[in-house]
Design a binder for this molecule. Structure first.
Ligand code: PLP
Length: 396
């Protein structure tokens, strides 16, 4: 028999709505033709992986040496951990070693390992809303409670509201920068203020919560925007990420965890998260792609086509009369549900479906009254969607 809790979760709304939209999109495309359905439901990058990745795959595929497909230490191949340590050192402006890194099965597995490692039953994880819908499951998987704190105007962090939720039960605050679903990049001042709030909590309660920075979109930024290196401001900071979005490898399931070497107990943290990776059944990240990444993690990728697509879609929405937050990174546009729908994002996404436009309702992301359009789709699809958007808004 299926467990009641899981039965409830699979029938509940939220992230499953996005998957449902994506699957409905496949059916609609069969019915109406690929070119006539405008599927903005899923964050599946449509750039091909860069040449450095493809070359590494081809070269490594020729390797037939004994043991090359075997197990390795659970935390990953030493050379891959060292390569990621170099990457994070460059991003954070602070020296890490391979011992501060674990290679994981994507960012999703990285987050689950971190939560398994740090959460006691009923511990709290604070998250600024809107947020990546799966966070709810990742935290509840490990018996924690997700505490949603709505963001301020312009999706800036509401530091005072976050402060009011901090306590000795707070195991972590989880930020996603650039953010899915808004494309927001948090300002340096906000990260600094957040770090101060976490330090105050530590001084008051003896518990310095982890600051978990989920950064799979770090490289995909526009107009010279920068993602603040949190390690410089807060000792108990952790980066979780993957190569799903920046190197277009979501299906290969390769990611990592990196702990600030200045944190309270970095070696214990790595031991605990490595144990979690093992007992959650991943054992280790895929061997082949660990080797690919060791060779190609610093591939140069031109993200300007995402910027072009963002600009084209923003112009279309302007024309149709749909309001949105102007994204500074990632490849999502978070849009306001028109007034006529009284904030009912689900109903508006259903309405758009009649015009063969697929978007994701904001409620699942903790952003009621909004909906998300993932513009990592072909430029042609974006351009062709204009008529449908204008028609849908005119016929409201
Ligand atoms: C914010 C965020 N975190 C984590 C993930 C999971 O990434 P991965 O596919 O590397 O597990 C995603 C995927 O969409 C995401 O948007």
């Amino acid at each position: 028999m299926i467990a009641n809790e899981i039965r409830e979760k699979i029938n509940s709304k939220g992230a499953s709505v996005i998957r449902k939209m994506f699957e409905e999109g496949i059916v609609l495309k069969k019915q109406y033709g690929d070119d006539n359905v405008f599927d903005f439901s899923l964050g599946n990058p449509d750039l091909d992986p860069p040449a450095e990745v493809v070359n590494a795959i081809q070269e490594l595929a020729k390797d037939t040496s004994h043991g090359c497909h075997g197990y390795m230490p659970n935390a990953g191949y030493p050379e891959t951990r060292t390569a990621i340590a170099e990457k994070i050192s460059q991003e954070q402006g602070l020296k890490l070693s391979g011992n501060n890194v674990i290679i994981t099965v994507g960012a999703a597995s990285a987050l689950n390992c971190v939560f398994k490692a740090i959460l006691n039953k009923d511990d709290e994880v604070i998250v600024p809303a809107p947020f990546f819908a799966e966070y709810r499951h990742y935290v509840s998987n490990h018996l924690g409670n997700l505490i949603e704190v709505p963001s301020k105007e312009g999706f800036n962090l509401d530091i005072e509201a976050i402060k009011s939720k901090l306590s000795e039960k707070t195991a972590a605050i989880l930020i996603n920068n650039p953010n899915n679903p808004t494309g927001k990049i948090y300002s340096e001042a906000d990260i600094k203020a957040l770090a101060e709030a976490l330090n105050e909590n530590g001084d008051r309660t003896g518990r310095y919560p982890y600051l978990i920075c989920d950064e799979p979109y770090r490289a995909i930024v526009y107009d010279g925007a920068k993602v603040t290196p949190a390690f410089q401001y807060y000792k108990n900071a952790v980066v979780v990420s993957s190569f799903a979005k920046d190197l277009s490898l979501p299906g290969e399931r390769i990611g990592y965890i990196a702990i600030n070497p200045q944190s309270d107990e970095p070696d214990e943290f790595i031991k605990a998260a490595t144990f979690a990776l093992r007992v959650l059944g991943c054992v280790n990240a895929p061997a082949f792609f660990q080797k690919v990444i060791a060779k190609s993690w610093n591939a140069k990728v031109d993200y300007s086509s995402y910027r072009n697509r963002r600009d084209k879609l923003m112009a279309i929405l302007d024309n149709a009369g749909i309001e949105y937050y102007r994204p500074e990174g990632a490849f999502y546009l978070f849009c306001k549900v028109p007034e006529k729908f009284n904030g009912d994002d689900m109903a508006f996404c259903d309405y758009l479906k009649k015009y063969l436009i697929l978007g994701a309702p904001g409620n699942g992301f903790g952003g009621k009254g909004w909906f998300r359009l993932a513009y990592c789709v072909s430029e042609k699809s974006i351009v062709n969607s204009e008529k449908a958007f204008v028609k849908a808004m005119t016929e409201l």
